[in-house]
Write a protein that binds this ligand. Structure first.
Ligand SMILES: [Zn+2]
Length: 206
């Protein structure tokens, strides 16, 4: 498998990959979308919500905020050394308190870990009128796009040329807090892991 990067920005990566079959190209696309761990808010404890929006609507909006994080530091909760109890390696806490008149933005979420925070500070959550208060605590954790779209790693398109049947052009746009390149690197690692497992299974059959 040979990968050539054609165009690269933080959000978007275009690359050409040689030596794939149609099935593997489809599998890589699926992994990019649904099996690269991303960070998103999962639990919210509302202390006060005087806004015009229901708690559920605000929770949904907060869940969709892309959160940047260090891939090498965090584990999926179920695979963490804490056995899923929750620790600094598998969850991050946020606090938010704002009083109107004001607009609440993603950047108003204060993180317990300064390296893990919303990718953009200017995503509007809700408008508060004079005297209205929104106060909550939230917990973010890693998850997979196949569980919920809020953890979707990327938006992906790919194409193959007529002449060269095993060469695929991919365009990947990050849909999470990670740069596109990191989403792609992780997806290749996941794909390789699957192929290795498959090889082991086949060897066991012999
Ligand atoms: Zn943990």
């Amino acid at each position: 498998m040979k990968v050539n990067i054609k165009k690269k920005s933080k959000e978007r990566l275009e690359f050409e990959i040689n030596g794939l079959t149609t099935a593997l190209a489809g599998e890589l696309r699926r992994i990019l979308i649904s099996e690269v761990p991303a960070m998103a808010i999962e639990w919210i404890d509302f202390h006060q919500n005087d806004s015009v929006l229901w708690d559920e609507v605000i929770a949904n909006r907060l869940g969709l905020i892309p959160i940047k994080f260090d891939q090498s530091f965090f584990n999926m909760k179920d695979d963490c050394k804490c056995d899923g109890k929750g620790c600094v390696h598998c969850q991050v806490n946020f606090a938010l308190k704002k009083k109107g008149p004001a607009t609440v933005y993603s950047g108003d979420l204060k993180s317990s870990d300064k390296k893990t925070r919303p990718l953009y500070d200017n995503i509007p959550i809700v408008k508060l009128s004079e005297g209205q208060v929104l106060e909550l605590e939230a917990t973010a954790q890693l998850g997979l796009g196949k569980t919920h779209a809020k953890w979707q790693g990327a938006v992906v398109g790919y194409d193959t040329s007529e002449k060269d049947g095993n060469k695929y052009d991919f365009i990947v746009e990050s849909a999470c807090g990670l740069p596109a390149e990191k989403v792609v690197m992780k997806s290749l690692e996941v794909l390789k892991g699957k192929l290795d497992d498959f090889t082991k299974d086949v060897e066991r059959l012999k």
